[in-house]
Design a protein around this ligand. Structure first.
Ligand SMILES: Nc1nc2c(ncn2[C@@H]2O[C@H](COP(=O)(O)OP(=O)(O)O)[C@@H](O)[C@H]2O)c(=O)[nH]1
Ligand SMILES: [Mg+2]
Length: 380
């Protein structure tokens, strides 16, 4: 029986190099996976090797003339492998290489998951979430007990069911049961808060014939206030600016007759912690105001998940995805929704007011997984 050796390291190349150096070229790579659980302390990857004849010194150290005699050695098992077994072995190894290259390998995973794993990677979902989804698909379809590989259509359907179960769409403004709808848009600078606010004011205010007020708390930058004041003027809506939570509360009191109040907030930079804290504390605890977080789909996944965490003190109840027209991989946004459990309210796919705003639906969110969001407006 060949001996099994396990090596760990932070790159597959480094692990292979070390194993080859210590075990020799005869050692056969039989499994590779991303480390999980306690194994993570040893390195990001775990590679398993079979060493065919352990009692022999490593081939590199063995004089070449001894090699022909090795097969006759009674201690060494017959190394001639039937052709069928060789084909099966090659197929298994090519799957293994595909798994390593996508970084998605995990012990015992079913090879047919490779294609959807690669698609999720291309959609920019974070690796840990991809592994979790694949694991659930594998269990849902009992892939390990199937005699035949499952068809891709079945896998895709199971994946969509898994993703759908982790998402929710709530194209609504305001806290449930509140007498009036008061929504503050929060999010990173340039995310599209002010533009989205103008779109919402048009769609849910003007077009829905609701008495509406546009309110800016973004008095930190003069241009930002003026931008929103101009939008409000074009839409024929009243406008007010509040420099502090106290001033904002006062304006809310004075505007009891308004059914919809949309509040623009500053896109606080990471160096504006003090004012960010002040507004976050007030917005989070205000019984009337609902905060919605605007996340730009063009931000790379890790940064988007970081932003999700940074804005959490503002107490966002829903998510809005913007700039979907500028990327073909919106996995970061979907990951933010799946990992936070927050419903998605609206999708923005362009600069036009109000056309480039779609109420979120589950099918619309699922389409972000696989198709270019450029088609969003046409097919939503
Ligand atoms: N392509 C595209 N651009 C957008 C979208 N939403 C906003 N923008 C643009 O992004 C820029 C910043 O938007 P703005 O609303 O001022 O961002 P804010 O800083 O979050 O208020 C502006 O030029 C907007 O026209 C969108 O969905 N797609
Ligand atoms: Mg703005």
């Amino acid at each position: 029986m060949p001996a099994t050796r396990i090596y760990f390291g932070n790159t597959v190349e480094a692990v292979l190099a070390q194993a080859r150096k210590e075990l020799g070229e005869d050692a056969m790579l039989v499994d590779a996976s991303a480390s999980a659980g306690e194994d993570l302390q040893f390195g990001a990857y775990k590679l398993e090797f079979h060493v065919p004849h352990q009692e022999q010194p490593a081939p590199a150290a063995r004089p070449a003339q001894e090699l022909p005699g090795a097969l006759d050695d009674p201690r060494v098992p017959d190394s001639r492998i039937p052709l069928d077994a060789l084909h099966a072995e090659l197929k298994r190894l090519s799957t293994l290489v595909a798994r390593i290259s996508t970084g998605l390998g995990h012990p015992g995973s079913s090879p047919e998951l490779g294609a959807i794993g690669a698609a999720l990677t291309a959609a920019d979902l974070p690796p840990a979430l991809i592994l979790e989804l694949l694991d659930h698909v594998e269990r849902r379809l009992r892939l390990r007990n199937r005699p035949e590989p499952a068809p891709q259509s079945l896998l895709r359907q199971a994946l969509l069911t898994e993703v759908e179960g982790r998402l929710s769409a709530a194209p609504e403004l305001g806290r449930a049961g509140a007498a009036r709808r008061i929504v503050a848009l929060a999010g990173p600078p340039g995310a599209g808060k002010s533009t989205t606010l103008a779109k919402l004011a048009m769609r849910e205010g003007v077009a829905a014939r609701r008495p509406t007020l546009v309110l800016s708390a973004d008095t930190y930058r003069v241009a930002a206030t003026e931008q929103l004041r101009t939008y409000a003027a074009i839409l024929g809506l009243p406008f007010a600016a509040a420099e502090s939570p106290t001033a904002l509360l006062q304006i809310l009191e004075e505007n009891r007759s308004k059914e919809l109040i949309l509040i623009d907030t500053p896109g606080f930079g990471r160096n504006e912690l003090e004012s960010a804290r002040l507004w976050a504390g007030w917005l989070r605890t205000s019984p009337e105001v609902e905060v919605q977080l605007v996340l730009p789909a063009t931000t790379r996944t890790a940064d988007l998940l970081d932003a999700l965490q940074w804005w959490e003190p503002f107490g966002p109840a829903k998510l809005i995805f913007s700039r979907l027209d500028e990327t073909s991989a919106a996995g970061g946004c979907l990951a933010a929704a799946m990992l936070s459990g927050k419903p998605v309210s609206y999708l923005c796919n362009g600069q036009r007011i109000p056309e480039d705003l779609q109420p979120a639906t589950l099918p619309g969110l699922l389409r972000l997984l696989s198709t270019s969001p450029l088609a969003l407006g046409a097919s939503a």
